[in-house]
Ligand binder design. Structure first.
Ligand SMILES: Cc1cc2nc3c(=O)[nH]c(=O)nc-3n(C[C@H](O)[C@H](O)[C@H](O)COP(=O)(O)OP(=O)(O)OC[C@H]3O[C@@H](n4cnc5c(N)ncnc54)[C@H](O)[C@@H]3O)c2cc1C
Length: 479
């Protein structure tokens, strides 16, 4: 095979692309990955990882302010906003380099540049310095550059970008997307966050913890709209208790900009009000990067800004696949990774299982955290399932009390007839680490009986998972 010919070419090196590339190489495919900007994609550079670094600083700052609650003395507490951002960027940088190392170790060829599809089986790569997106890192050593490459299988993993709503167009200065929100030159005094999905709520939580006066506006009548309504309500109450202002069933209908502030018109329940803030974060969702890829010429089907695929990442065009954010929701890094692995294993002819979107966990790392998997109570009912619901509050868990984290809930939903675990929903400290227990349980098609007979270590927050299951079956112990 010539140097420019590969079994598999992947466009985009986000978590979907680079994990797929490594698995592809493990399967013995000659593999290349094309990237125009930064190894690791949005997740490592502008998404999952740098936000968690920011939120960690905010969390520690919060605990320092509450040192007295733990019998500790902390004086002259403060922060250096630049250093907080620098730490977050350094965390991203470290992982970005790590991805380069992993690709090299697995003998994946990196091609640096902006890719588009040519005729069937062809990827044309242009010099990234001439592309609208300027590379944020120098190409790793040993990379190939602009040229035409041939791939027996081509996987599109180009990710997504912020959704822009008319009237709420980001300008990089006063109206931010997650890009600007991640690297504030200084802390604003007041902030309006439009949209309360995971991205909006995480930024709201971060800035509020750093002393910013934050208002969140959400168009539907609950925050974190995909979450179970009861859990979202508890999260909202906790966020409000900390001082965040939240308006649900409300809409930002206009923004008026001044030199260093923005006045938003907010419509809620037939009333109009105005709010003047230093900065606005538009967090109204993301849309797939499907443009300028040459999809139209090949007749690739797209829908609502994403590429249409089957459960194995196959598009309607033979030899062409799509995975991750560009292939539709849920737009999460772990979904992208898993989708890519399934896709390339199917190409290899392995007995791959199609993606089951009902078993993809979702986590929001605000304070308190929110995590879930499977059906919400409302969705289970709407699907006509007869259900049993268990609940266990953090208030009754020894470890939660010892940690000083006694607010939250673990909720489980079972099929009343079969005992199948349909969904699990949590709000409170560290629930983003706990949820995987229920994800595994669902994956193994565990019933209530097996969960009840499982031994959970004491004292842990995980005991609440057990108690929640017991509660669903009228056997709760510590309540
Ligand atoms: C602020 C924020 C926080 C988030 N937090 C979480 C979280 O906690 N957990 C979670 O699971 N998800 C989180 N996400 C979502 C997560 O980042 C995405 O789901 C994930 O990055 C999608 O991976 P991907 O591989 O599909 O695409 P991306 O990560 O977007 O990567 C796509 C890559 O393709 C490259 N590319 C695009 N077009 C071309 C082209 N034509 N040629 C060459 N290269 C190209 C891009 O430069 C990019 O590097 C967050 C997102 C944001 C914005």
């Amino acid at each position: 095979m010539a140097d420019t010919e590969f079994d598999v070419i992947i466009i985009g090196s986000g978590p979907g692309g680079y994990v797929t590339a490594i698995r592809s190489a493990q399967l013995g495919f000659k593999t290349a990955i094309v990237e125009r900007e930064h190894l690791g994609g949005i997740c490592l550079n502008w998404g999952c990882i740098p936000t968690k670094a920011l939120l960690r600083s905010a969390e520690i700052y919060h605990y320092m302010q509450h040192a007295k609650d733990y019998g500790l003395v902390a004086e002259k507490i403060g922060f250096d906003a630049k250093a907080v951002v620098q730490r977050s960027r350094a965390v991203s940088g470290r992982l970005n380099m790590g991805v380069g190392g992993l690709l090299k170790k697995n003998k994946v060829q990196v091609i640096w540049g902006e890719a588009r599809l040519g005729k069937a089986g062809e990827v044309i790569v242009a010099d990234p310095s001439k592309a609208p997106m300027q590379p944020q890192h120098a190409p790793p050593r040993g990379t190939l550059g602009a040229g035409t490459y041939k791939g027996k299988h081509i996987i599109i993993a180009t990710g997504a970008r912020p959704r822009v709503l008319p009237g709420l167009e980001p300008d990089g200065k006063l109206v931010w997307t997650y890009f600007e929100a991640m690297v504030p030159p200084e802390m604003p005094k007041s902030l309006l966050v439009v949209g309360s999905g995971a991205i909006g709520i995480e930024f709201a939580s971060f800035y509020h913890a750093m002393g910013v006066d934050v208002t969140v506006v959400e168009i539907v009548d609950q925050i974190m709209p995909v979450e179970d309504a009861e859990i979202a309500k508890i999260a909202q109450k906790q966020l409000e208790k900390r001082g965040l202002k939240i308006k649900t069933g409300a809409k930002v209908s206009a923004l008026k900009k001044s030199a260093n502030s923005v006045t938003a018109t907010i419509e809620q329940g037939g009333n109009k009000s105005e709010l003047t803030v230093d900065r606005v974060i538009s967090a109204v969702g993301v849309v797939g990067n499907i443009e300028n890829l040459g999809l139209e010429a090949l007749g690739v089907k797209t829908e609502k800004g994403c590429i249409v695929i089957d459960g194995f990442g196959r598009t309607n065009v033979p030899g062409l696949y799509a995975i991750g954010d560009v292939a539709g929701p849920p737009m999460l890094a772990h979904k992208a990774e898993h989708e890519g692995v399934i896709c390339v294993e199917k190409i290899k002819g392995l007995d791959a299982h199609p993606m089951d979107k009902n078993r993809i966990p979702g986590c929001t790392y605000c304070q308190p955290q929110v995590a879930s998997v499977g059906l919400t109570e409302a969705k289970a009912k709407a699907a006509g399932r007869e259900i049993k619901v268990g609940r266990f509050p953090f208030l009754a868990n020894g470890k939660a009390i010892a940690l000083g984290e006694d607010q939250g809930l673990v909720k489980t939903i079972f099929d009343a007839r079969t005992g199948e675990l349909l969904g699990a929903h949590m709000v409170g400290a560290e629930v983003t680490e706990l949820i995987q227990g229920f994800v595994i349980a669902m994956g193994l098609e565990t019933t209530e009986e097996e969960l009840i007979h499982t031994v959970f270590p004491h004292p842990t927050l995980s005991e609440m998972m057990h108690e929640s299951v017991l509660d669903a079956y009228g056997r709760v112990i510590h309540m």
